[in-house]
Design a protein around this ligand. Structure first.
Ligand SMILES: Nc1ncnc2c1ncn2[C@@H]1O[C@H](COP(=O)(O)OP(=O)(O)OP(=O)(O)O)[C@@H](O)[C@H]1O
Length: 454
């Protein structure tokens, strides 16, 4: 790990302490400094804030920074301060020196990217071909081709993998690009932390600095910001700031923007500005190809009969497909036994239950519909008749009627004690809309797949 990058914050703090710099001066002059490049023993330090006078920084902080670096890591660099405008003419130099190699690796580390999630390890099939092409286009021309890129699909289908692949690709082309990956949960926690903090103005400005100065921002599982007002607000302004500067934004979600109903319209509409790409459930050939690629990467040998057994039985979630393979791999490593069909059936009995398909009940349907629309069960069964809740409730009525044998009274009782005429009305409304409204039809088909992936 590159010592200089690792210790950059420590170096800046050292300058602050030794020269008794106040918080405000530190935030104004030192905080915006970051390492841009190292070439022929010259360290190029970028001033992220162009307003900041470069001459002033040079005069006041050149020597303190130089000394602090030498004292902290024992290397004396020449220092040159540069502005973002100067980086346009300065192609980042990627030479083979160990320092630069480490710089590249640490760029990926700083971005929170999983090293295994690259385009090379991603298997392309009919379920993800479009999302893959869109991701590659964005990786080749960040901020230009499609902005934002919005990737959506069910759990464990490769959204995060594709997102990280874009990040790695961009960093391979330009190791100095600022790529940042976060889950929407992490983003939310940071916003909450700022609000809670007594010194919240400074904290908030640090948060904005972190998110609004990147070249590529990737936010995973954006659906979790629904209902979190301050987070939505902060995200909205971050989104606008980045997009105005032509920076790339990539978002994943478990559903298309139109189904993120309780999310503010101004945010949803922005998601639709760029390109939306969905990832579906992989077909048998893709599942087999993923399994083969994984055993090849792990240098593991396993016969096709066993692979076929896994691929035939785990259909809707690639994470589970990999989980099954990992279990057999662990068994082999511990016991040194070959993986025969008997071993596979025995070891995977808790994961694969081919004789017992998941029972589709009205309860399950209500839960899946609620989850799809980010509603609670209490909202589903409540008396609330606002459109955002009444529509999902009617969809649940329709699906309970068409996917189960439950009597209308039983469906009504599960949905908050509604009588059977209300259920009939709900079912017939959705039946009509299903034929007339292709968007609703698509949503219902998506929900059906979530209820019964097989
Ligand atoms: N096409 C693919 N080729 C190879 N591996 C894949 C592919 N799709 C998914 N995987 C693997 O499946 C696992 C789950 O993928 P990932 O975490 O990207 O799913 P996700 O869609 O982001 O899920 P969630 O919505 O639950 O966060 C990962 O280990 C990933 O590498």
């Amino acid at each position: 790990m590159n010592e200089l990058l690792q210790k950059w914050e420590e170096i800046l703090q050292k300058v602050k302490e030794e020269h008794e710099i106040t918080d405000i001066s530190f935030d104004t002059w030192l905080r915006p400094l970051e390492i841009y490049n190292i070439k022929d023993n010259t360290l190029y330090i970028l001033l992220k804030n162009e307003q900041v006078a470069i001459n002033y920084i040079n005069k006041k902080y050149y020597l303190p920074i130089k000394v602090a670096i030498a004292e902290t890591i024992g290397v004396e660099y020449e220092i040159e301060f540069i502005t973002p405008a100067q980086t346009k003419n300065m192609k980042p130099v990627v030479d083979a020196s160990p320092l630069n190699k480490e710089l590249i690796n640490s760029a990926a580390n700083h971005s929170n990217l999983n090293p295994n999630y690259t385009f090379d390890t991603f298997v392309v099939g009919s379920n993800n071909r479009f999302a893959h092409s869109a991701s590659l286009a964005v990786a080749e021309s960040p901020g230009e081709a499609y902005n934002p890129l919005y990737i959506y699909g069910g759990p464990g289908l490769g959204k995060t993998h594709l997102m990280h692949s874009i990040g790695h690709f961009i960093l391979d082309q330009n190791p100095y690009a600022k790529v940042l990956y976060v889950t929407s949960e992490e983003f939310t926690n940071e916003v909450i932390e700022c609000i809670r903090n007594t010194n919240n103005a400074t904290k908030m400005s640090q948060l904005r600095d972190k998110y609004r100065t990147v070249d590529v921002l990737m936010i995973d599982d954006i659906q979790f910001i629904i209902g979190k007002e301050m987070t939505q607000e902060e995200f909205f302004h971050t989104f606008n700031a980045l997009q105005t500067q032509g920076k790339q934004i990539i978002i994943t979600s478990d559903k298309p923007p139109k189904d993120m109903q309780p999310l503010e319209e101004r945010i949803r509409s922005r998601f639709e500005w760029g390109l939306m790409a969905d990832i579906g459930v992989p077909d048998y050939e893709t599942r087999m190809a993923i399994l083969r690629k994984k055993i090849e990467n792990d240098n593991f040998e396993i016969n096709d009969e066993v692979l076929n057994y896994i691929a035939q039985n785990i259909k809707s979630n690639i994470r589970e497909l990999e989980g099954a393979l990992n279990k057999l791999l662990a068994y082999h490593n511990l016991s040194n036994e070959d993986i025969t069909m008997d071993v596979a059936i025995n070891e995977l009995q808790n994961i694969i239950t081919p004789d017992k398909p998941k029972e589709i009940t009205s309860q399950l349907i209500i839960e899946v519909v609620a989850d799809h629309y980010n509603l609670t069960i209490d909202q589903m069964i409540s008396k609330n008749r606002s459109k955002d809740i009444a529509k999902p409730r009617q969809i649940a009525m329709y699906l309970c009627k068409t996917m189960t044998d439950s009597p209308l009274d039983a469906i009504g009782s599960l949905l908050g004690g509604r009588d059977h005429s209300t259920i009939i009305h709900g079912v017939s409304t959705i039946t009509k809309d299903y034929e007339a409204n292709p968007e609703l039809k698509e949503t219902i088909e998506t929900i059906k797949k979530k209820i019964n992936p097989n």
